[in-house]
Design a protein around this ligand. Structure first.
Ligand SMILES: Cc1ncc(COP(=O)(O)O)c(C=O)c1O
Length: 385
């Protein structure tokens, strides 16, 4: 059972008549909330903090906002902001997502971004006795939640093709509570095949959960893992509107899973977080997901901007990790990435961080054509082989 770490608060609860068992519930509730807020939200916001006058290509945001037609839907809801839920906005979102993804609406849940469910699934399935297994490098939010929980976190290097090494992941901790796959992977943008994802789902312990984070899936024009959540009770898929849909500050994300998984994740707060979403974001998301042509066009534009920058770097003899299917790529400078990050920032170009396993490699997010040109020009000014 969870414990209250703050002794004064514990005393206060005792004086107010809480039993040990009830205090455990309070601790768990605070824990889940604190983990979600402290661990992931803060991290994303730090990365996205603006440096005045700089080109912002450090936090995998979209350089532009929602599709205009989706922004219009959000504005309509601003005008109806007097109502908690003017007209079944949740149901409309779930119906739209269900028709696009081919999964039942009762297996779709909406969140204020995907950071909360990412932390929450770790809280629900990992523990000091059941660890978390991830790739390396990968999105670190779940590592931090794991550390906070006191769960063993095992980080398994990507394969030579930069996919998650699913067999090595299972071998590294065969009794983990959570196996996390990020595909396309943040920070490399590389894919793990659906066959490998399915293999891990079939071979992990039955009571463990497989989490597949598809934050960047709209950059991959092929099969995704969503349908696994239509039939299985041990797989959670995460999506977000913060990336291709340009809604990072509006806060909207989705999970696809069985209702039983949701029940477990909502155990301590009765689903308050998912019930109280801003309707502007929900309406904006509903219109966004069905815009197949606009999604395709935005993806094509971002891919062209990415490939322009990659070609520029390669021409200079700078190594780029191949195979990105996302609005980011990794640059291997052959020297400390932090130095290049600082040098580019001095030129008013704010690129992303590096991961400890690859200290010479920076993550660069893809911005507009002008922003990527500014990045290339800044590299020309600071780069010495
Ligand atoms: C792989 C991945 N998952 C989840 C998130 C969380 O995003 P949000 O909470 O904005 O949905 C991010 C953000 O960068 C991410 O890269």
């Amino acid at each position: 059972m969870a414990e209250i770490e703050n002794k004064a608060f514990e005393q206060d609860l005792i004086e107010r008549g809480y039993s040990r068992r009830q205090m455990g519930k309070v601790a768990a509730l605070l824990g889940a909330g604190a983990a979600a807020l402290r661990v992931t939200g803060a991290m994303a916001q730090q990365a996205a903090k603006a440096v005045e006058g700089a080109v912002r290509i450090g936090a995998n945001e979209c350089w532009t906002g929602p599709f205009p037609v989706a922004a219009e839907a959000a504005f309509k809801l601003v005008q109806e902001g007097n109502r908690y839920e003017p007209n079944d906005e949740h149901a409309k979102l779930f119906a739209a997502v269900s028709s696009v993804e081919g999964i039942p609406a009762d297996r779709i849940t909406a969140w204020p971004g995907s950071s909360d469910p990412l932390s929450r699934v770790a809280v629900a399935y990992a523990s000091p006795t059941r660890g978390i297994v991830t790739g390396n490098p990968t999105y670190e939010a779940i590592w931090r939640t794991g550390e906070w929980l006191g769960a063993k976190v095992t980080k398994v290097p990507l394969t030579k093709d930069y996919a998650h090494d699913v067999k090595a992941m299972l071998a590294a901790d065969p009794n983990a509570g959570v196996y996390y796959i990020c595909s396309p992977n943040n920070p490399s943008g590389t894919m793990t095949s659906l066959a490998d994802i399915q293999w891990l789902a079939d071979n992990k312990p039955k009571d463990a959960i497989l989490v597949v984070d598809e934050a960047y899936i709209h950059w991959f024009d092929g099969p995704n893992a969503a349908k696994m959540a239509a039939t299985r009770d041990d797989v959670l898929i995460l999506r977000t509107f913060s990336k291709l849909f340009g809604m990072a500050g509006m806060r909207l994300g989705l999970t696809f899973s069985s209702p039983a998984i949701m029940e477990k994740m909502m155990r301590y707060d009765g689903g308050q977080v998912t019930a109280m979403l801003p309707m502007t974001a929900v309406a904006c998301g509903t219109v966004s997901v069905t815009q197949a042509d606009l999604i395709k066009a935005r993806r094509a534009e971002m891919n062209a901007n990415r490939e322009m920058a990659v070609a520029h770097l390669k021409k200079k003899g700078i190594k780029v990790i191949p195979g990105s299917h996302a609005n980011m790529f990794m640059v291997d400078w052959g020297k400390p990435a932090k130095e290049m990050q600082a040098a580019l920032l001095a030129e008013k170009v704010q690129i992303g961080r590096n991961w400890p396993i690859w200290p010479n490699v920076s993550r660069v997010s893809v911005g507009s054509a002008e922003e990527m040109k500014a990045f290339c020009d800044a590299v020309d000014r600071v780069w010495k082989a």
